[in-house]
Design a protein around this ligand. Structure first.
Ligand SMILES: Cc1ncc(COP(=O)(O)O)c(C=O)c1O
Length: 457
């Protein structure tokens, strides 16, 4: 496609490399230029309005523009637009946000480390696992176990912990000390007649077998999201978490809960850990922590991990780790204000109400000819398009049903997250019941278009 010379599209192609994009295809099709946001919608440069039922990348919890957060950032920049937390230095926003997070932690947590992204929070957690085991005299405990299709970020260690072969290919990853246990997608991975509970037992057995095969004295930690987001909004099958955690505890491994997507009301509670009864040693969070409006992440660690860090710091004379922008005064100010907004609008009550409505509306798609599975929790919902509703047989990938559905949804002014033939919804938390009806209407029209397209070949 020829783009108008000097247009944003043409300039983009010559100047930018886009993440998670087919770079060769991009040279032909060019970018969609997003221009502005209002409430839960974004507008492209031609003025087309899209309801963003994915909240960007699961993060724009308060929608796309906020006078209040803008003012907080502005005032902070006027007062002190940068400082760091290195070498015994601090500032009030950093302290206050750390205190605030510890006060709402789902299980007792001791300290907070700030970073700028979910990837860095998980990367830091992985380093701390190694540090912890070195401190307690078990330096051979190095292996990190993640899950197939789990996603923990793009840095070298975070993507190594992720079970994403497409993101490992030709980067020479994962690093050697990373392993991946089974993908807990009951609908797709279950054996004939297997109940959710039986499937969960099989998943926990598989984890235990992996640990035994590797040698428990080499297995350091397990990392997982309460609900898998990038894997396709995979809601854990019944009893999965109690069984998995029992195995992790049995072999004296640390447990990192990746709350980057689930944290801050996404699953109906402040934390996914509360929704699913998780008892981690470390919790990573980002995204809705600042409503996606500032790049900030927080890693909470429990006292056991902190005590080990003190041991190392006494031994080595320093905690030799850090990021220039970690705990930035502007990002922490915006995060603090975001948490205030959540409280003021009774986000817990709001998501209980609109979350139930979201689940009810998405459930109605169970009867749609293209839809095999429908699932969700709180403000996450997903459906899986199948070729045969009765057997759940998947479409031939060559039909590119997911891509067709994405195109149809855009035509109807709807953005969602398309993952193969799975469609995930994680709308901004501020959606209303009417917004959800609107989203469901657009989705229905898009799916009908795809069904008609497939019928006519
Ligand atoms: C569960 C989870 N962890 C970590 C990350 C990485 O976060 P970031 O892109 O901020 O580095 C993501 C990103 O989508 C995520 O979904």
């Amino acid at each position: 496609m020829n783009h108008i010379p000097n247009s944003i599209q043409a300039r983009d192609i010559e100047s930018l490399v886009h993440p998670q994009t087919n770079l060769a295809l991009h040279r032909d099709v060019g970018p969609v230029v997003m221009d502005r946001g209002e409430g839960i919608a974004v507008y492209d440069d031609a003025g087309n309005r899209f309801i963003d039922a994915a909240a960007g990348l699961w993060c724009a919890s308060l929608g796309y523009a906020s006078e209040r957060l803008a003012k907080v950032a502005y005032e902070q920049m006027r007062r002190m637009g940068y400082y760091h937390l290195y070498r015994h230095t601090t500032h009030e926003n950093g302290v206050e946000l750390a205190e605030r997070l510890l006060s709402i932690a789902p299980v007792p947590m001791s300290k907070v480390l700030f970073q700028c992204s979910g990837s860095e929070a998980n990367d830091t957690a992985i380093k701390l696992v190694w540090y912890y085991h070195a401190a307690i005299g078990k330096p051979q405990k190095r292996k990190i176990i993640g899950r197939k299709m789990g996603y923990h970020g793009s840095t070298s260690a975070s993507i190594s912990a992720s079970g994403k072969p497409d993101m490992h290919a030709d980067f020479g990853l994962p690093f050697p000390e990373f392993r991946h246990t089974e993908f807990p997608h009951w609908y797709r991975q279950r054996q004939p007649g297997e109940s959710e509970e039986q499937f969960a037992t099989r998943m926990a057995d598989a984890l235990e077998q992996l640990i035994l095969a590797e040698g428990p004295d080499t297995c350091a930690a397990f990392i997982a999201e309460p609900v898998m987001g990038a894997g396709g909004a995979i809601i854990p099958p019944r009893t999965y978490w109690e069984k998995m955690q029992a195995v992790v505890r049995k072999y004296d491994m640390l447990f990192i809960a990746d709350e980057v997507i689930c944290g801050f009301y996404r699953t109906g509670n402040v934390w996914g850990c509360q929704t699913f009864g998780l008892q981690p040693d470390m919790i990573s969070s980002a995204k809705a922590l600042s409503a996606g409006m500032q790049p900030i992440s927080a890693l909470m660690i429990n006292e056991r991990v902190y005590q080990a860090m003190l041991v190392e710091s006494r031994k080595l004379g320093n905690f030799a780790h850090g990021f220039t922008y970690a705990g930035h005064p502007v990002t922490t100010a915006v995060a603090l204000e975001t948490l205030k907004i959540y409280e003021e609008m009774d986000m817990l009550g709001h998501v209980a109400d609109v979350g139930a409505h979201l689940q009810a509306k998405i459930s109605e798609f169970r009867d749609h000819p293209l839809v095999g599975d429908v699932r969700g929790v709180g403000m996450i919902a997903a459906l899986e398009m199948v070729q045969d509703k009765a057997t759940g047989a998947a479409f031939d990938p060559a039909l590119k049903v997911g891509a067709r559905a994405e195109k149809a949804a855009r035509k109807h002014g709807l953005i969602a997250r398309f993952i193969g033939d799975r469609i995930a919804f994680s709308p901004p938390l501020i959606v209303t019941r009417d917004d959800i009806d609107d989203i469901a209407g657009r989705l229905g029209r898009a799916l009908d278009d795809v069904a008609a397209e497939l019928r006519t070949g």
